[in-house]
Design a binder for this molecule. Structure first.
Ligand code: FAD
Ligand code: UDP
Length: 382
């Protein structure tokens, strides 16, 4: 049997390794010139600082299985993302916590008092929030919504928060203590040498042939089964039109010393054209002081055009028809499985991608053992 895995991000790498481990021959391709997909990291040649090429990636998970998995392949250094936000001429801490609330309103509230205070601010007429805006107004009220979420979200998604699903905001907690850890997961960190060496180790196996700079469309070979982690609409030559994505432009800056004193600062107001600035030596506190220079990137978000990198799938509730058509078409295919962020058009963090890929591997092993058909989707993609 011969298998092809399209895409060498976490999704493709984990599947390729599983197949190789059970004695199958695998061709792993990626049209980029490097492994690791959007998690790719490399040292900036001028400053020596580790840079995440497609935007800052912090590893965080609540799944011990995923944490153990990643720890097999790298030394994960402790890192807590403590995001700062600039709005209305001041700097605050995110996610919204007791310090944010007290500083923003000039109060000294304790947890219970702050809860009551925000309950008063919240829009009580919204009982079942559907849009991002409704979710925000019912959680934190108008002032905090307008200061921290409205402008940032309009820049990030290119539309009004009234048109976006509430699920986007549900990624962020509101805390009534002074915990300013951006994530709530018990396991967090950043791999000491970045993410690309992890993928290199995962796919380092005699049964895996790796071809970079190689698109699926350019291949002219037969396979028993293809595992496709590229964009699902592209696989079908955009038959029903393109699924929409946001892309990012990163503007690079290098200077001596420090720039902003923190890994990430969000700019929540619409008048600042970028959404956030990431200063990379702050992502590696264990080696930060050895660099005399600093490198930081302003992040600008816009709708992806044909040849842009696809970053965030725009899954609008009232625009799911096109995706539905692709999913239905895919289900009729034979000899192919769609996986990962692009293959299933979902906003997935690394840990979710790893978890799903490990689960898919388990199903796959059973299918091969029992000579059952390998499914087109290992999960419910809608
Ligand atoms: P990808 O990494 O996108 O890999 C797919 C690969 O397929 C690509 O390399 C592509 O070149 C290749 N490909 C596609 N089509 C073809 C084709 N036809 N032929 C050949 N090759 C093809 N997650 C976190 O957990 N923490 C974070 O802090 C975090 N930050 C993020 C920041 C940004 C700006 C973004 C956009 C995402 C972030 N993520 C983060 C999510 C993380 O990037 C994804 O979960 C992860 O990259 C998904 O892996 P994947 O293998 O599914 O897809
Ligand atoms: N968000 C916001 N203000 C902020 C940070 C986030 O309005 O300062 C909103 C924005 O819509 C964003 C969403 O919350 O898309 C989720 O934020 P997260 O930081 O998880 O976004 P990501 O890191 O995935 O870009």
């Amino acid at each position: 049997m011969r298998y092809c895995v399209v895409g060498a991000g976490f999704s493709g790498a984990i599947i390729a390794r599983q197949l190789a481990d059970i004695g199958q021959k695998v061709l792993l391709i990626d049209e980029r010139q490097h492994l690791a997909g959007n998690c790719h990291t490399e040292r900036d040649p001028e400053t020596g600082i580790m840079v995440h090429t497609y935007g800052p990636h912090i590893f965080h998970t609540k799944h011990k299985e995923v944490w153990d998995y990643i720890n097999q392949y790298a030394k994960i250094q402790p890192f807590i993302n403590r995001v700062k936000a600039q709005t209305q001429g001041r700097i605050y801490t995110l996610p919204i916590n007791l310090l944010t609330i007290n500083q923003f309103f000039g109060t000294c509230l304790r947890p219970d008092e702050a809860k009551e205070f925000l309950k008063e601010k919240a829009d009580k007429t919204i009982t079942n929030p559907k849009s991002f805006e409704e979710q925000a107004l019912s959680m934190v009220g108008k002032e905090l919504y307008e200061a921290f979420f409205k402008g940032y979200t309009r820049k990030q998604w290119g539309m009004d928060p009234t048109e976006l699903p509430s699920s986007i905001l549900k990624r962020l907690p509101v805390r009534f203590d002074y915990d300013d850890n951006y994530y709530s997961d018990p396991y967090q960190g950043i791999p000491e040498e970045g993410y690309t060496p992890i993928i290199e180790k995962i796919v380092h196996h005699p049964n895996i042939e790796i071809r970079l700079n190689c698109s699926f469309e350019s291949l002219n070979e037969e396979f028993d089964h293809v595992f496709y982690t590229g964009p699902i609409d592209r696989y079908f030559q955009f038959k029903f039109g393109r699924l929409e994505y946001r892309t990012l432009d990163f503007v690079k800056n290098v200077r001596d010393g420090d720039y902003q004193g923190n890994a990430v600062i969000n700019y929540c107001e619409e008048k600042v054209p970028y959404t956030r600035v990431s200063e990379y030596k702050y992502f590696t506190p264990w080696e930060k002081d050895k660099f005399t220079k600093t490198i930081y990137f302003e992040e600008y978000s816009r709708l992806a055009k044909e040849n842009d990198t696809q970053y965030y799938p725009i899954r609008l509730v009232n625009k799911m028809d096109k995706l539905q058509k692709y999913l239905e078409l895919a289900k009729q295919e034979k000899g192919i499985s769609f996986l990962g962020r692009l293959g299933t058009y979902r906003y997935l963090d690394m840990d979710a991608v790893i978890k799903e890929s490990l689960e898919a591997c388990r199903d796959l092993v059973v299918c091969l053992k029992d000579k059952k058909t390998i499914p087109v989707f290992f999960i419910d993609a809608v």
